[in-house]
Ligand binder design. Sequence first.
Ligand code: GLU
Length: 473
Amino acid sequence: MSETSQVVTRIAPSPTGDMHIGTARTALFSWLYARGRGGKFLLRIEDTDRARSTPEATQGILDGMHWLGLDYDGDVVSQFERADRHAEVAREMLAAGKAYKCFATQEEIEAFREQARANKESTLYRSPWRDADPATHPDAPYVIRVKAPREGATVVKDQVQGDVTFRNDQLDDMILLRSDGTPTYMLAVVVDDHDMGVTHVIRGDDHLANAARQMTIYEAMGWPLPVYAHIPLIFGPDGKKMSKRHGATGVAEYQAMGYPAAGMRNYLARLGWSHGDDEFFSDAQAMEWFDLSGINKAPARFDTKKLENICGQHMAVMADDEIMSEIDGYLAAAGEPALEDGQKSRLKATLTYVKGASKTYPQLIEKSRFALVSRPFDMDEKAQKQVNSVSNGILEELTPHLQSASWEHDALEEAVGCVMAAREIGFGKVAAPLRSALAGRAVTPSVLDMMLVLGRDETLARLADFKAACEDK
Ligand code: GLU
């Protein structure tokens, strides 16, 4: 691919609240598209609306991108900081006769609309200044409006929606520069996308009508149009636009719920895009497969069960170091205390045994709880039921076998087998008191795995604690 045809995509969120999962999905699609083609993926913060933009929301976007591993090229672009450049383009359009100064006051515009309503005509504002001779311009505040075409139609050639036609008599002469000299959002988006060399605009289909209006600016400036792909919004299970009513909508909330980022990426990629029947895939596969033609035209419905299943599959194959570093991020996001070094190494030792059966980090930590607790620990109600003389007898019989066994899976299994044979009891009868003794819980990972993680000394110490509890009873 030549330098000039390099793909450049971007995500352009407005920092006005929590980063929505819809924004994360748009970012992911744009990232996959660029990364799969040796292109660039850029981040622009659309902070032109000073009243609604907050630094916290910008930070939330940066954190969300970081968590999801969506790395962008170059520096973050602040739209607000480019206001002078936007104004310069508006003036260029003015000089070229593609835009005009409009001196209409709010009252005049309102009066125009009222009259139009009374006449049952379109209320689209038609400024009398569009073709006015500059010699007649008053010395008064003005806005700069684009001279939008009035005849014919504007066709947005969209990679997802197909050709979407907008009648030009429905387009207004939108404002480019306000009377205080600040640019409008419509102008800023186009100038920034052009200056940043954006070749593909992938964004929510709530911007489809904006595309038709933005094309007017591209055409007026003689700039090449980007390829457009307007993707359907994410719906909740009830088929309505995903909102807080359906549950969590913020990216940070998903991190705080403990979903692994790789699973989240995989699930979000599948949310509105497909590659055959593939449900579970790696980033490398997604980058190779992702194409605009695979984006569905119908809105996708968010399904927490599917998300969890995919997360579980990723957790099972993730590298232990990656899991450990994500757990740090999860605990911080969830407002939980960080793990101490000792806990970290014990938790890490459990991963081989628990990661295949966990879908989220809180589930994984719960399964690893036996390794994180220090003696003496409390038993839950079900585990307490094992505190009796029969259980004590079983574990007393097991103890010498454990004292002499070599500490590996088969030998430990054999030790348990000796007690089963001697007492003519099943595995479960030995495992139940062992779970209580080792974990203080009735539901735990495999007893053999727990013993392997805990090691001989800790295992025997926990059995001794259990014996003392039985004798105290
Ligand atoms: N700032 C817009 C938004 O957050 C996105 C604009 C665009 O992608 O062109 O919805």
